[in-house]
Each structure stands twice: as structure tokens, then as C-alpha cells.
Design a protein around this ligand. Structure first.
Ligand SMILES: O=P(O)(O)OC[C@@]1(O)O[C@H](CO)[C@@H](O)[C@@H]1O
Ligand SMILES: [Mg+2]
Ligand SMILES: [Mg+2]
Length: 267
């Protein structure tokens, strides 16, 4: 269904006819399309698997709890890159992951405007439009292109944390820093080898649950920004082409003060 919405000629008509609302900040948007896509996905899956649980970005925004249990759970971001969607900036994705016992079994990221379908199943590799994916294998951080997100937060603490992290990387130096406006597609660039690392502080599980397994199955590594084991509920992630690059980024990127502010203000 998301494919139909993203690919039809009336993509712009769908956009024009839809209301845009603010969520947590002037840069955190939601449209009726986000909500419709999530409802369509959940109802279609629930008809086949009525016992399964769901964590959907817009269901959570409407008040549902964010609780990852051992039950089979679908983690859905119906539109990752809503600001891009509203502005017709061509990086917009549907992200769907499936977990059992809190372990991701498969992940799908469909970059709608590019018509790129990234997917991976645990132990069975990662693919882009059916072709196998492999990370760059880069081990020297000075030879890396690093992807991150500007984020939707506009308070001074978040902005100073985000900009100081980027400056520290640029001063290493790394060869490039990029941000596409969708964590899901950002992280998939690591799986393609087109970027060598991705880090983010403040994203939610639905942004990166699918792209995390895609990077891992493409031979990459994933960890917390402090170098500890990755936890998709922690709102901190580094995905990289190698442990050497991941650890190099963990030494430079700081999160704690920013996250302290986060934990007070949001789920
Ligand atoms: O709200 P959306 O469109 O699903 O999120 C878009 C996004 O880039 O904004 C957040 C902050 O940059 C990221 O966590 C996320 O991927
Ligand atoms: Mg979204
Ligand atoms: Mg998102």
C-alpha cells in the first residue's frame, strides 16, 4: 500500500490534499498520509497475524505505549522523512521490522521516490532490489563518509550536542558528513558501502529497527554511541563498516547531556 501511495502519479496530489500537523517541534511533522499508511499496514498484518503486537510511530504519537516484549512485534515507521515528504525532497521511506524475543528477524526499508527496496532476514544476507549488499569494510575513520541526522529538536542543548559532534568529526577529519532527513535511508547507505558509518542520538526504534538488521546482514557492525551493546530502545546508535570505525566514532560522539534532556521530555 505504501508503494502505491509513493509511486502513483498523483503523489503530489496526495500531498496537496493532506493536512500537515506539528508534533514535538516545528520540525517534527505528521500528515494524514503517515497515519493512513500506518493504519493500512497494521490492519493488513493484523488480519493475518491477530496475536502479533505493533509499535507504530503514529500509534505511539496517538498515545499507545512503546513496549518491546518477547511477543512477535512489528515495528513500523509509515513515513520516515515526513519533512522531506511535505517538501518533496526525494528521500522518503517506509520502514518495517519484525522482532521475536526482542531479536529482529527481518527488516524492510522502501525508499519510495528512489524505488529502492532494501531488505534483510537474520542470517540470510541483505539486499537492494534483489542484489546482495556489502558494507565498504573501511577501517580508517579519516577515509570515511559519515551519515547522521540533524534531528527535529530545536532546543539549545540538542543543537549544541548535534553541532559539536559534527564539528569533532570534521576536525578529525573525516572525508564527509551527510544527512538525508530519514534515518532509515541514511543507515541503509552504510549497507550499500556508499557511506562508511551512521550515528544518531534521539531517533526512535521505528526509525532504525529495520535498517539495523540490513547493515548487520551486509557485514556491518552496530553499537551504542558509548561503545556498549546496541539497544534499539536507547535512542542512540552507531552503524559502521567495521568495529574500528564504529569505535572511532564512539570516541568522538557525545550523547549523555542531550539524552538526559530527552528522557525528561518524551517517550
Ligand atoms: O518523523 P519521521 O519523518 O519518521 O523521522 C524522520 C527522521 O529523520 O527525523 C528524526 C530526527 O532526525 C529521525 O529520527 C528520523 O529518521
Ligand atoms: Mg515517520
Ligand atoms: Mg522516522
Amino acid at each position: 500500500n505504501a508503494h502505491i501511495i509513493c509511486r502513483t502519479r498523483d503523489f503530489c496530489f496526495v500531498l496537496n490534499s493532506k493536512e500537515v500537523r506539528l508534533k514535538s517541534s516545528p520540525a517534527d511533522l505528521v500528515t494524514e498520509t503517515d497515519q493512513q499508511v500506518e493504519k493500512m499496514l497494521i490492519s493488513a498484518i493484523r488480519r493475518k497475524y491477530p496475536q502479533h503486537r505493533f509499535i507504530g510511530e503514529e500509534s505511539v504519537a496517538a498515545g499507545e505505549a512503546v513496549e518491546l516484549t518477547d511477543s512477535p512485534t512489528w515495528i513500523i515507521d509509515p513515513i520516515d522523512g515526513t519533512v522531506n515528504f511535505v517538501h518533496r525532497f526525494p528521500f522518503v521511506a517506509v520502514s518495517i521490522a519484525f522482532t521475536v524475543n526482542k531479536q529482529t528477524e527481518f527488516g524492510i526499508v522502501y525508499s519510495c521516490v528512489e524505488d529502492k527496496l532494501f531488505h534483510a532476514q537474520r542470517g540470510r544476507g541483505a539486499y537492494l532490489n534483489g542484489k546482495p549488499l556489502c558494507v565498504s569494510g573501511q577501517t580508517d575513520i579519516h577515509r570515511c563518509v559519515v551519515v547522521t541526522e540533524i534531528g527535529a529538536e530545536r532546543d539549545d542543548l540538542a543543537l549544541s550536542t548535534m553541532t559539536s559532534n559534527i564539528c569533532r568529526l570534521l576536525r578529525l577529519p573525516v572525508q564527509g558528513v551527510r544527512a538525508l532527513g530519514t534515518a532509515a535511508v541514511d543507515m541503509c547507505q552504510v549497507a550499500t558501502g556508499g557511506a562508511d558509518a551512521y550515528y544518531h542520538i534521539g531517533m526512535h526504534c521505528w526509525d532504525i529497527a529495520a535498517s539495523t538488521i540490513i547493515v548487520l546482514e551486509a557485514g556491518g557492525v552496530v553499537m551504542d554511541t558509548d561503545g556498549s551493546e546496541f539497544d534499539m530502545m536507547s535512542r542512540k546508535v552507531i552503524a559502521a563498516s567495521s568495529s574500528a570505525v564504529a569505535n572511532g566514532i564512539a570516541q568522538v560522539v557525545q550523547a549523555d547531556s542531550f539524552l538526559g534532556d530527552f528522557s525528561r521530555n518524551r517517550a
